[in-house]
Design a binder for this molecule. Structure first.
Ligand code: AGP
Length: 599
């Protein structure tokens, strides 16, 4: 959840570290710090709050240093203050750490017994002491620490008595080494290295990396490893705002072309291509994910249940943090699908590993190609969304829903529950998806936002797939605008939640499901009769004549395999506009981080 950057080369290191930290800020923004070598010793500078505060502190610090490490923190151990902020130093060791050391209290007791005392409440300071306590070769000290630590870590380490070298290692937390010309980088995220190089090597668990400006040496227990140098597929432009006010706005706008990109990848000569996984040999499918990815998974289950339902396949969805602690009875036709934008979400990764270890087939729908989930899943369906920087996912969710829809369509077609004609129509709709989307991007959402931004509670209601989209709409609103919001199945309102409705409580009703549109409308009117102000997202054929509705957004009615992709767009924009009106930090909402690498 935190961000790490390290550099050794000929450039001014604070410039490189600050640029890196800015591009990593979406991973954590409680506090930030750097450690740079100044002549004979290492200087550590830290600041609480956003990177801008650290930048201010660094003004006037015009050392010519060319080696250093930096960190942006999302606090897990110890409150947010300068003492707990990274880098941490103990005697000869200075380091930055992402992850959680589960046995840090036990290690702390052991280290205290041999004379160490600690300044911070963090588990990371314990690692520095642990490494320092080993008397001998530095790589051996790191291997010793690997053996002693339980938990997850990405670590970049400097030693006071070794001026020109950085060391790095990782377990269950991402870290790559960027390879430059007479300069090298270490980073928790590929976007950090893109302004300088596209070449990188992955660090595997158990490896220890020694980095100078001229070489990168990777050691495993078998000695020096011959690492394959990879080339990043993303460009620096992909990871920048490109003229948009916020990353979120840029990423929403990318959804229009993303559907074309996915069409080109997954449709071949009017057919579902081989790149769409064929899951027809499985009869027991679990889809596991967190947050928005879980809501995308829920759309996937709905589509399979509704359109492929021939009793030969059972689909279950679960949030990863629950799934990993449940008992599972897998058979030889079981499949576990994990869905993750970052590919690093700790709970989702744990579920993938559990399934892998039980020899169950696994499929990952994942965006970051260099991520752990992408590496460890038996089969991968790449999301192709490009870097997603805003903490609130938009294009990531879009791609996840679309890919699950394609998996469901292909499954239905193979099983015969979707006919040749239906398949043809579905593929035609996919080809035209962008044209259905464009008008939704041209609506001015500021009027509706101006009626909502000052509300304390906002409720969404819907039935079937409309309810499922409401889950994501409600999450979007609460995570970036901090307005309390909830979603109910429209028919459930009168079984309790309607008690929450007061005069002017906004109720947003989603009605695009033809079969039950009248019933959904009645539920919306029930809420209105209790004083609710009524907002509607409805397909063109929902008749609202003679009804008093505060605001209505019309969406085209298309196949349910794509309808959620249209329905979510207005809600992403409304959340964005509301957050802006409230003066919230749209891209970096409070308390959140982009990739949740802790349990
Ligand atoms: C979405 O806006 C959230 N910030 C969050 O729910 C996210 O979708 C979740 O943490 C899962 O992340 P992943 O897709 O990277 O695994």
């Amino acid at each position: 959840m935190c961000g790490i950057v390290g550099y050794v080369g000929n450039r001014n290191v604070t410039d490189v570290l600050m640029q890196g930290l800015k591009s990593l800020e979406y991973r954590g923004y409680d506090s930030a710090g750097v450690a740079v070598r100044c002549d004979k010793n290492i200087k550590v500078i830290k600041s609480v709050g956003k990177i801008a505060n650290l930048e201010e502190k660094l003004q006037g610090f015009n050392d010519k240093s060319t080696i250093g490490i930096g960190h942006t923190r999302w606090a897990t151990h110890g409150e947010v203050n300068e003492v707990n902020c990274h880098p941490h130093s103990v005697n000869n060791v200075v380091l930055v750490h992402n992850g959680i050391i589960e046995n840090y209290r036990e290690l702390k007791r052991e280290l205290e017994l041999v004379g160490y005392s600690f300044l911070t409440d963090t588990d990371s300071e314990i690692i520095a002491a642990l490494i320092d306590s080993y008397k001998g070769n530095k790589c051996d000290a790191l291997v010793y620490a690997q053996m002693k630590m339980k938990g997850s870590y990405a670590l970049v380490i400097m030693f006071d008595d070794e001026a020109n070298t950085l060391y790095a290692m990782r377990k269950d937390s991402p870290l790559i080494v960027g390879i430059g010309e007479n300069e090298n980088f270490v980073a928790s995220d590929i976007s950090v290295i893109l302004p300088y190089t596209k070449k990188y090597v992955d660090i595997e668990e158990g490896e220890v990396v020694k980095i100078t400006k001229s070489e990168v040496l990777v050691y495993s227990e078998n000695g020096l490893v011959d690492k394959k140098i990879k080339t990043a597929l993303w460009s620096i432009e992909d990871a920048q705002k490109g003229g948009y006010e916020h990353f979120m706005l840029k990423e929403m706008n990318e959804e229009k072309d993303l559907c074309v990109k996915l069409y080109n990848k997954f449709i071949e000569d009017g057919n579902y291509s081989d790149d769409i996984p064929d899951i027809s040999s499985y009869n027991d499918i679990d889809i596991v994910a967190c947050g928005s990815a879980f809501y995308a998974a829920t759309v996937g289950k709905y589509l399979i249940d509704t359109y492929v339902c021939d009793r030969s396949v059972r689909v279950n969805v679960d949030v990863a943090s629950e799934y990993r602690y449940k008992k599972h009875f897998y058979g030889d036709k079981s499949l576990v699908i994990v869905v993750s934008q970052s590919g690093e979400t700790a709970d989702t990764l744990a579920c993938l590993r559990m399934a892998n270890s039980l020899n169950v087939d696994t499929l990952a729908i994942v965006n970051v190609p260099s991520s752990t989930i992408a590496k460890e899943a038996k089969l991968v369906m790449p999301m192709l969304a490009g870097p997603e920087i805003a903490v609130a996912t938009t294009k990531g969710y879009f791609s996840q829903v679309l890919e699950l829809s394609l998996i469901a369509q292909k499954l239905g077609y193979i099983k015969g529950t979707i006919s040749k004609e239906e398949k043809k129509l579905l593929i035609e709709t996919f080809e035209n998806l962008k044209s259905y989307l464009i008008p939704l991007f041209e609506i001015d959402y500021s009027t509706i936002a101006s009626k909502l931004w000052f509300k304390e509670h906002i409720y969404f209601i819907g039935r079937g797939i409309d309810y499922i989209v409401g889950l994501e709409a409600s999450l979007k609103l609460k995570e970036i605008s901090y307005i309390h919001s909830d979603v109910y199945q429209a028919g459930e309102l009168k079984h309790g939640p309607i008690a929450l409705i007061d005069n002017d409580t906004p109720v947003i009703s989603i009605i695009t499901n033809d079969e039950i549109k009248e019933k959904s409308l009645s539920n919306a009117i029930e809420a209105q009769s209790r004083g609710a102000s009524l907002y509607l997202l409805a397909s063109e054929n929902v008749d609202t004549d003679n009804l008093k509705i505060d605001e209505i957004i019309r969406v085209p009615r298309i196949s349910e395999f794509y309808q959620p992709l249209l329905n979510i767009i207005p809600f992403q924009f409304i959340a964005y506009e509301v957050a802006k009106l409230k003066g919230c930090d749209v891209d970096k909402p409070k308390n959140l981080a982009k990739s949740v690498t802790v349990e």
